[in-house]
Design a protein around this ligand. Structure first.
Ligand code: PAF
Length: 270
């Protein structure tokens, strides 16, 4: 596996499959890489902790960084190359690296966009920059970040000349007890790790509900009973994520909740 520093060698990797990450790779990331391995052409993974998607109050400084283990995991999962840009590679001084127009699904639903207003500007800026540098044929994003997946799809669909890229989703990898894998799970104390199971259990309860309102009530009730601070626990149309009393199918239940300093998200098809 090649390790790419700087922008000079990237042209050799254009036109392949791309898996963008912020490192701290876990089995969920390895699923993304393995899905890419099953596609034709070269497979490149990027590792870049993007400062623009963190608010000053968020966990940029403590975001887990595990480069040696990440390189081993990427190689084992089948990556051909790992791109390790510096901040000045992505945001060169004196060059305006702007965000593409944010699609409605990044601005309207009041989900991640409501709780973290800076987030999709940062994500779309870095993903567009990486797409411009790497010109991939396809790119793979995890379903765990469901709104992010819809935002990237919409960004690409809005500008097919700049982004002639197929976006492939990859299902969420879960621990045996159901907790969705996340790089931030390492920050959970043992007691919070146990309470974090309430997200998955709430989604299971939502799946048993007769309608969207009942599903939302069941999710909120279970999260509150487990003493999680809820950012949102909602049922939405899976693509637009628009708020409405009776969202049109296909439906997706989406949760964001906090345990101490750790913010967790999860989602499921209904
Ligand atoms: O999902 C992530 O890890 C990040 O948001 C991404 C897509 C790599 C952009 O920094």
């Amino acid at each position: 596996m090649d390790t790419l520093h700087g922008l000079d060698d990237l042209h050799a990797w254009r036109g392949g499959t791309f898996v963008p990450t912020m490192g701290a790779l876990h089995k969920g990331h390895c699923d993304l890489i393995r899905l890419g391995r099953a596609c034709d052409g070269p497979l490149i993974v990027s590792i870049f902790v993007n400062p623009r998607q963190f608010a000053p109050s968020e966990d940029l400084a403590t975001y887990p960084r595990t480069l040696d283990a990440d390189l081993q995991a990427a190689a084992d999962a089948g990556a051909d190359a790992v791109f390790l840009p510096t901040e000045s590679d992505i945001y060169p001084t004196g060059h305006a690296i702007d965000c593409p127009p944010l699609p409605a699904v990044a601005r309207a639903p009041r989900l991640e966009d409501g709780s973290r207003p800076h987030f999709f500007t940062g994500v779309c800026t870095v993903v567009a920059r990486l797409f411009d540098l790497l010109s991939p044929k396809r790119a793979i994003f995890g379903e765990k970040d469901w709104q992010q997946l819809q935002v990237i799809k919409a960004m690409v669909e809005a500008d097919p000349d700049r982004f002639p890229i197929e976006i492939l989703p990859c299902p969420t990898r879960r621990e045996p007890d159901g907790l969705a894998m996340s790089s931030r799970n390492v920050h959970l104390s043992p007691a919070h790790r146990h309470r974090a199971l309430a997200l998955h259990r709430s989604l299971e309860l939502a799946r048993s509900a007769t309608d969207s309102a009942a599903a939302e009530a069941l999710m909120r009730g279970h999260l509150e009973a487990s003493d999680l601070a809820i950012d949102y626990a909602v049922v939405r149309n899976a693509t637009t994520l628009e708020a409405s009393e009776q969202p049109l199918p296909p439906l997706r239940a989406l949760i964001a909740a906090r345990l101490g300093d750790v913010r967790l998200i999860d989602n499921a098809a209904l």
